[in-house]
Ligand binder design. Structure first.
Ligand code: NAP
Length: 232
């Protein structure tokens, strides 16, 4: 496994960094994508900076990884964010589109480019959100729609990948304790109280599911959405 290369997008964030560490522990060589923050420092890894909201950035990123590391065996489509956060009655078309671009278009373009180089046994793991199930808040409808779209894309891509032995799955995190929640973290207590397991998830909880799908445990799994949601 030591020669195999995994690209983790958003590796500078909570879940992405944890996924990168879990994959490194399993012997993967990491391509660590980041935008404004720094990714973790892992032996043998290489960092790649890109704003995935920009047209063409996703395909360029995959090409840069293959050029520098020689191959690609696993794509973890993890980068994502709620952009703007304007209430739905005021949200602009531009803000709505920006959320779709980062959370749906970019993962699709990354996967499309990856499909050109992934070998048989290659994998894509998409990171969606519990928002795909509940529809998000009035300030994150576009994000929720994008994540629901990503879950649908997982099924389409799994169908396309199957004949060539490429497996595509999705991990759906619930409420996870990462910088994603920013200044709203404390205000989330009532939301956390609704989670059957009565706590926020840890980034590692999600990371271990990503690593499981990337490893031998995922050999006969494709087109699925795995929930790491504390029971939601
Ligand atoms: N935390 C949760 O409760 C939760 C729940 C459900 C789903 N998720 C999903 O899990 C994934 C990871 O979230 P997280 O909790 O780890 O959040 P996070 O700590 O805020 O990390 C988000 C990552 O996405 C990257 N990113 C943001 N905007 C980008 C852009 N325009 N171009 C490229 N990269 C960009 C960030 O890069 P920089 O920091 O380098 O800018 C960062 O690495 C996201 O897809 C998120 O939607 C999170």
């Amino acid at each position: 496994m030591s020669e195999r290369v995994a690209l983790v997008t958003g590796a500078s964030g909570g879940i992405g960094a944890a996924a990168a560490r879990a994959l490194a522990a399993d012997g993967w060589r990491l391509a660590l994508h980041h935008a404004r923050s720094r990714p973790p420092s892992l032996p043998g890894s290489a960092a790649f900076k890109a704003d995935l909201s920009r047209p063409g950035a996703a395909a360029s990123l995959v090409r840069a990884v293959v050029k520098r590391l020689g191959r690609l065996d696993l794509l973890v489509n993890n980068a994502g964010a709620v952009l703007g956060g304007t209430d739905y009655l005021s949200v602009t078309e531009r803000e709505f589109d920006a959320n779709l671009r980062l959370n749906l278009t970019a993962p699709f373009m990354l996967a499309r480019e990856a499909f050109k180089v992934l070998p048989p046994g290659g994998r894509v793991v998409n990171v969606s959100s519990i928002a795909a199930k509940f529809g998000g808040s009035p300030r994150s409808m576009a994000y929720a729609a994008a994540k629901a779209g990503l879950e649908a894309l997982t099924v389409s891509l799994a169908r396309e990948g199957a004949p060539r032995g490429v497996l595509v799955n999705c991990v759906r995190p619930g409420v996870i304790d990462t910088p994603f929640h920013g200044k709203f973290r404390k205000a989330m207590r009532p939301r956390v109280a609704k989670i059957p397991l009565k706590r926020m998830g840890r980034a590692e909880d999600v990371a271990l599911m990503v690593a499981h799908l990337a490893g031998p445990g995922g050999d006969f799994v494709t087109g699925q959405v795995l929930c790491v949601t504390g029971g939601e």
